[in-house]
Design a protein around this ligand. Structure first.
Ligand code: 9MG
Length: 280
């Protein structure tokens, strides 16, 4: 089906939405590649980005601050130390756009200067009042994600009277913030934020009702990969959530997602290929 929104350019790449796109996750946090300690192997992050590109990722999303439920914020200095050397190392050769996953304008700005060409803001342009102006002056696309609360406490009994309506109002607010900063509406990608202040039931209801957000006439991004709500009664740890992640990626695309944000790029491409029967 032809989308009801314009194609966008991210970096040098044109996205015409004739197929769904796969955003590969590159977390550069101390717990992501390693021994669980403070040592962070930069080379492994670079290798991992290159592997995701070879597997067919359309975008690499790099983040230096964990937003998992219960996580504490980190300083801009810490985040910069984690992400900038990796962006500098991969940007010249990667050939696909890099998205910076941050809610701090200072981090986004340095990441854009170092070779990123898109911002993934889990606070929907509300975490830092300089973010929208930055995106506007740099003319880059922004993922505006819905989150209820803050990562530290967001999973403590989240409640909505009308979840779809409330998330829709939140998107309207983000669109207004962008507009006030001179950031064109067609630079926005909307994301309902699975797992960010949502129960198990909320997450599945969002996936089923994703199509209701198409009324904004903007691309939709969904990130379900390996998330806790896929653990099926807490039976499966993060390393055993691949099948659930693939099933939800296909369901999200069926219901209107234009981008899926995933850890397992090749498996997702294979699943989407079989599901849609198009060369993705
Ligand atoms: C950083 N991050 C973790 N989960 C995410 C999701 O579902 N969407 C976006 N945009 N970012 C996410």
């Amino acid at each position: 089906m032809k989308p009801n929104f314009s194609p966008i350019n991210i970096g040098k790449i044109h996205f015409d939405f004739s197929r769904p796109y796969v955003m590969g996750i590159l977390n550069v946090t101390p717990d992501s590649f390693s021994d669980g300690g403070n040592f962070f192997p930069r080379d492994k992050a670079i290798e991992h980005a290159q592997r995701m590109r070879e597997e067919g990722a359309d975008i690499i999303d790099i983040g230096g601050e964990s937003t998992r439920p219960g996580s504490d914020p980190v300083s801009a200095e810490e985040e910069l130390e984690r992400v900038i050397p990796v962006i500098e190392a991969i940007a010249p050769e990667l050939k696909i756009p890099i998205s910076i996953d941050t809610c701090k304008a200072e981090v986004a700005e340095k990441a854009l200067d170092s070779g990123a060409s898109m911002i993934n803001d889990v606070t929907g342009l509300r975490g830092d009042d300089k973010m929208a102006a930055l995106a506007s002056s740099c003319k880059v696309p922004v993922v505006v994600m819905h989150m209820k609360g803050k990562p530290k406490t967001m999973q403590k009994n989240p409640k909505y009277d009308d979840m779809i309506g409330e998330i829709g109002e939140y998107f309207e607010g983000s669109i207004r913030i962008a507009d006030d900063a001179g950031l064109p509406r067609d630079k926005l990608i909307l994301d309902p934020g699975l797992g960010f202040g949502k129960t198990y039931e909320h997450n599945f209801a969002l996936i089923r009702n994703l199509g209701q957000f198409q009324k904004f006439g903007l691309p939709l991004l969904v990130g379900a990969s390996r998330k806790r709500f896929l653990s099926v009664d807490n039976k499966y740890p993060e390393t055993e959530r691949l099948e659930q992640s693939l099933a939800v990626a296909c369901a999200a695309v069926e219901n209107g997602a234009n981008f899926v944000r995933v850890h397992d790029v090749l498996s997702t491409k294979k699943a989407l290929w079989a599901f849609l029967n198009i060369n993705i």
